[in-house]
Structures are given as C-alpha cells and as structure tokens.
Design a binder for this molecule. Structure first.
Ligand SMILES: NC(=O)c1ccc[n+]([C@@H]2O[C@H](COP(=O)([O-])OP(=O)(O)OC[C@H]3O[C@@H](n4cnc5c(N)ncnc54)[C@H](OP(=O)(O)O)[C@@H]3O)[C@@H](O)[C@H]2O)c1
Length: 275
C-alpha cells in the first residue's frame, strides 16, 4: 500500500484523519504552544484525555488557531466509569476544551475490577445520539472486553486506541478489529520513546535505504499497517520530522522486516491490571 487515503471512514460515518498528534505528558502550561506548533505543521487530529490534565491548554490552541472547528478532529478520553460519571466528565471536557462537541470520545481503560465499562459505553452511545460526540470508541480494550460490549449492547466501538508499535504489533487484536469494523489507533507508536527500536538493524537498514530517520520509518510502518497513528513530541523539529511520513512508502519486504521485530510483549500497562 503506497498510496494512503488521508482519512478512514468510521462505522458511524465520520472521517478520522489517519495521522494525528498525541498530548500525553504535556502539561496544561505547555500544551497551547505544543498543539499550536502541531497545527501549524499540518496535524488536524489532536488526542487528549481528562487524565492528561491539559484540556484547557489544548482548547486554547484550537480556539486560537484560526482554523474552523470542522477542520479539526478532537479526541478526548474518560477515566471514570458509570453512566452518570461519564456524562458529567464529558460535559466538563467540553467546557475545558471550549467546544460544543468532540469528534471522538473514548473510554480510556476498561478497568475490569471496577467492572462498569458496559454501562459507561452506553453513555457514549447516548452522547453520540445527542450530537455531543460524533464518534464513540474505547481504548486499551482486549478482544474479551470488545466481545462483551457487543454481546450486551449490540453495538461496536468505532475505534480502539491501543499500544501498538513494531515491538508489540497486536496482530490478533487487529484481525478482530478488521472483522468487526473497528479502526485501530496506535498509542506509543515510537515504541515508548524509541528505546532500542531506533537502534534495531532492520529499522536502520530501511531508514538508510529510504533516506529517512528511524522514527519516520517506524511511524510509516504503523500507517501502512492500516492504523491511525498519533505520535507525541514537544520538540518543534521532531513535530515536523514526525509529520514528514506521508510522502514515502515502505516496500512489502521492508514492512515484513519491521513486522519481524514483534516480541508479543507490552511495554506499557496491561488492560487486565490497570484499574
Ligand atoms: N490510550 C492510552 O492509554 C494512551 C497511552 C499512552 C499514549 N496515548 C496517546 O498516544 C500518544 C502517543 O503516545 P506516547 O506519547 O506515549 O508515545 P510516542 O508518541 O510513541 O513517543 C513520545 C516520546 O518520543 C519522543 N519523540 C517523539 N518524536 C521523536 C522523534 N522523531 N525522535 C526521537 N524521539 C521522539 C518524545 O520526546 P519529546 O516530546 O521530548 O520530543 C516523547 O518522549 C500520546 O501522546 C497520547 O495522546 C494514549
């Protein structure tokens, strides 16, 4: 796949940009400048969460950007579970972000010990019907959690945002997503700060052959595997470097060489244990 469409159509009909900007570990004070740099570079999907505590700064950037709201794709996530709690969190996020709708709202983690994610999901479905959110999804859900949501509500999340990089490429989960129309969105796409990954011989060989950096190769691999990708950086040069992945393509052999780095081991939290 050398030519990539710029968006993917979600099952609810909205178009999600394939490529976006993540804001984890950017605090409220620096978020406005960082998101402004990303928007100036060309990113239009901005990913935040209640838990990142930077929605005010993100809101300041989007509202001061001069871009029309419909040109942006704004995602936030909710940590708390329970129907009313999710609804209250959503209203508070809209207030902090200074907008009257989200393009995508995600349940941040299933939190199985709390065991209220099905009820929380129903709140997202209702918020979508009311137009407070355009698309509804989840994050860090495994096949088990997705199957239960579908069985108990008859609805399927439009997106599942999960840890996904060459060391942990989640082939089984992606196959499930493909079968059920769920779009895969990759967090930690640089393999949690690129530690080790950028030194891999397979990545370095592709980078050299393509005249690109290891980070660009890793991001491009993720895009060509069909995922929405949201790298984070507060460094202007890296914000640009990470953006410049839309004008080259890995060959099938290069993709396969990067695929072979999969260890099957997470580097971030395990959905079974995060509560
Ligand atoms: N749903 C979830 O549970 C979840 C969990 C984690 C993340 N996320 C989302 O996914 C986004 C991306 O994940 P992430 O932030 O964890 O990790 P990431 O984007 O894979 O990596 C970010 C780290 O890599 C560095 N970096 C960025 N570009 C680089 C480059 N070209 N060369 C070398 N280093 C580079 C950044 O440093 P500098 O910033 O210092 O440049 C930062 O330390 C988050 O920001 C967040 O929006 C979601």
């Amino acid at each position: 796949m050398s030519e990539l469409s710029t968006t993917i159509t979600l099952t609810g009909g909205a178009e999600i940009p394939r490529y976006g900007y993540g804001t984890f570990r950017i605090d409220d004070a620096e978020a406005a400048a960082a998101v402004t740099a990303a928007l100036d570079t060309g990113y239009r999907l901005i990913d935040t969460a209640v838990g990142y505590q930077n929605e005010v700064g993100v809101g300041r950037a989007i509202n001061g950007s001069g871009l029309k709201r419909e040109e942006l794709f704004l995602t936030s996530k909710v940590w708390d579970h329970g129907y009313d709690e999710v609804r209250r969190n959503l209203e508070e996020s809209l207030e902090r972000l200074g907008t009257d709708y989200l393009d995508l709202y995600l349940l941040h983690w299933p939190r199985p010990e709390v065991d209220r994610y099905v009820e929380s999901w129903r709140a997202l479905v209702d918020a979508r019907s009311e137009g407070l959110i355009r698309s509804a999804g989840v994050s860090n859900f495994t096949v088990e959690h997705l199957t239960r949501v579908q069985a108990e509500t008859g609805t399927v999340p439009e997106v599942n945002q999960v840890e996904l990089h060459p060391y942990f490429s989640q082939p089984e989960l992606r196959a499930y997503h493909d079968e059920h129309g769920v779009v895969t969105e990759s967090w930690g796409p640089l393999g949690l700060r690129g530690e080790g990954l950028f030194e891999e011989a397979a990545v370095r060989a592709v980078a050299e052959a393509q005249g690109r950096t290891p980070a660009q190769v890793v991001l491009r691999w993720n895009l060509q595997r069909g995922n929405v990708v949201i790298p984070k950086s507060v460094t202007p040069a890296r914000i640009r470097e990470n953006w410049e992945v839309l004008d080259f393509a890995l060959t099938d052999d290069e993709l396969a060489a990067v695929d072979a780095l999969d260890t099957g081991r997470r580097q971030g939290g395990d959905p079974a244990d995060v509560n």
